[in-house]
Design a protein around this ligand. Sequence first.
Ligand SMILES: Cc1cc2nc3c(=O)[nH]c(=O)nc-3n(C[C@H](O)[C@H](O)[C@H](O)COP(=O)(O)OP(=O)(O)OC[C@H]3O[C@@H](n4cnc5c(N)ncnc54)[C@H](O)[C@@H]3O)c2cc1C
Ligand code: SF4
Length: 330
Amino acid sequence: MRPFRYERPATAARAVAAAGGEAHFLAGGTTMVDLMKLDVMRPERLLDITQLEDGRYDFIDWDGKSLRIGALTAMATLADDDEVRRRVPMLSDALWLAASPQIRKAARIGGNVLQRTRCAYFRDTSYAQCNKREPGSGCAALDGGVTRGHAVLGTSSACIATYPGDFAQSLIALDAVVEILGKDGPRAVRFAELHRQPHSRPDIETTLEEGDLIVAFSIPDADFPRSRYLKVRDRESYAYALASTAGALRMDGDVVADIRIALGGVATVPWRAREAEEMLKGSSISEDGLERAAEAAFAGASTTEDNAYKVDLGKRTMVRTFLELARMEG
Ligand SMILES: Cc1cc2nc3c(=O)[nH]c(=O)nc-3n(C[C@H](O)[C@H](O)[C@H](O)COP(=O)(O)OP(=O)(O)OC[C@H]3O[C@@H](n4cnc5c(N)ncnc54)[C@H](O)[C@@H]3O)c2cc1C
Ligand code: SF4
């Protein structure tokens, strides 16, 4: 690992002022230190934000039906929170099914949503071609690489790397808002606008500006007891999603009053399936209807020989999620 300077800013404002260039925030370090060891990330200064003294950044606050969560809340703390599990199980499911107990204890939810792709060619610097790591160098995955884990939605001719996280799917489904402290002060952006599809610049992964610190996530309408996160993977623990669905449902009698669908493991960014939602709103839940909506959700898929199976797997995962939700009370 290359040498770096470790700093511990006392306040969020000082952390933001110090960040930028080769000075990066450090939360749990489970992405950052991992990628530093691989020489993929090369910060010169790490700004530890876990001990800020100017307020609490690890909180879970309900106000009526709205939920606000501090960005430095540990994954395990949120996963285990009784009220969150009862009122919006998809949030805790997504965290419970992610990583390992040790990682969930160290990692924070702000760092979690900013984790980087697991594309093997991005993580291994012996491959010269990676537009995400070295803009303009090409893409080893598309140039004859193994692409079984790669994305089928939101891809470009420059990059097909999958967004690997689980929790972000629940946030995008719930219309979460990201609260940011930047060099020009505080602002808020829709979670759906945080991640950028690769287009011609896969190295620019988010809409954050230099020095932006995520301080919290707020969800104005978080009461979704009939919600879940279903994750399909190669083995039952400690594995990333091959396909997943964050689903939430509100029924008015037999009719769908509100439905939220987000897909993971299949796209380059957290992926909201809005067209499928519109098809299902106002009707009753049926297997046929769900299959048609899943077809629409994957209509724009672009596949390789290795990852074509994800289209069928993704559709089935979505259908199963909602058949199970339809059977739940609530
Ligand atoms: C072996 C392994 C298995 C894993 N499996 C899964 C899995 O199945 N599902 C899953 O979802 N994840 C998985 N992960 C990823 C893991 O969940 C993330 O590494 C973790 O959540 C990142 O959080 P962190 O606090 O450690 O972030 P850090 O590593 O500290 O930071 C990550 C990035 O975010 C930036 N950052 C951190 N906090 C902020 C903030 N508040 N504002 C602005 N920028 C910030 C940092 O500068 C850095 O660029 C796995 C990781 C490992 C190592
Ligand atoms: S898919 Fe993206 S991350 Fe992977 S090698 Fe290609 S450019 Fe790099």
